[in-house]
Design a binder for this molecule. Sequence first.
Ligand code: 8ID
Ligand code: ZN
Length: 354
Amino acid sequence: HIPKTQVAAVVPGRNQSVVIQHDFPVTQPSELKPGQCLVKMIGTGVCHTDLHVSRWDWPIEPITPLVGGHEGVGEVVAIAAHTEASPVKLGQRVGIKWIAYSCGDCEQCRQGLEQNCVSAQLSGCTVNGTFSQYVMSWVHVVTPIPEGFDSFAAASVLCAGVTVYRALKYSDARIGHWVVIPGAGGGLGHLAVQYAVAMGMRVVAIDTGAEKKKLCLELGAEKWVDFKQTPNLVSAIKEACDGLGPHAAIVTSPYSEGYTQAVDYLRPGGTLMAVGMPGDAKFETSIFWTVVKNISIKGSYVGNRQDSIEALEIAASGKVKVIYALKGLSDLGQVYNDLQKGNVAGRIVLDSSK
Ligand code: 8ID
Ligand code: ZN
């Protein structure tokens, strides 16, 4: 039985805060188009991206009213009529990602860059996201969740996990290399620490406060640098990495401050992976030293379907643990305040039934 209405956390419009709506319409099975499905949500993580979108921080115009959320796990409860060869079945647990839809047929998709699909739809931005109890999605794009893997943990792998996993893959860092992670105590960062360790890299965590320090060191970071308490960050980071600096920086800070010194502390030949997405900030860095140090600067945007499956399998195997506090869907407003203040170590995951 599919209800007509549901609870959803909604941002009604620009400059407005989240309201909990109890009569938000549910897409009915008869309304689904071929290839679409309806997912009954179990849980959803809250990503700093949701906060950026809800504040209109970015040059992408979100839909209004806005139902955010893009790392959710639920169960398939309906599949559209005339959907040929669905890879997922009714009752199966699946994940919804930031890339809600990619066609699979354009040049970008064929090259594995589905994130840049010409017809891409973005969960919780251009289509309704996971901060509701039922979500319309696409059978070829949802990600099957490995059997036995905790739904709430799996949720945060679908954005935070896959994003940092892909960034590490494309960073050219290898076993034994030093990787520095600004934002290491946050949602993306705490998973980056663990994927890096699982790949055999040595991690320097950069973030602030005792709680994040403890978390990062417990998760396998060898060194910790508090960005608020370290007067000379560049020399501290170089010193932490054999005096030469790290081979790669995976920058997950949501503000430009996490970026500015990376070219200065990177080892010659090193790679800066841009992951954190401050709205209109620009890179301020020395062109001279970027050239002379042979620095690579690469953007890395979530991951494709295959990256998502790989990131989930690694986490389900126990090599990466999502450290989350569980709250209810109705707590979203408070969670946004905490994220804004930098008070969240690891991730907050919302139980969709509460
Ligand atoms: O596809 C992508 N590239 C992608 C995917 C998902 C998220 C990008 N993101 C972006 C988000 O939009 C956001 O801008 O990554 C950024 C981080 O998302 P998050 O991990 O969900 O945010 P968080 O949990 O708030 O963690 C951020 C951490 O950064 C620290 C904070 O203390 C927090 O722990 N931090 C800050 I604020 N300034 C810092 C600095 N100068 C810093 N850490 C180091 N240096
Ligand atoms: Zn995200």
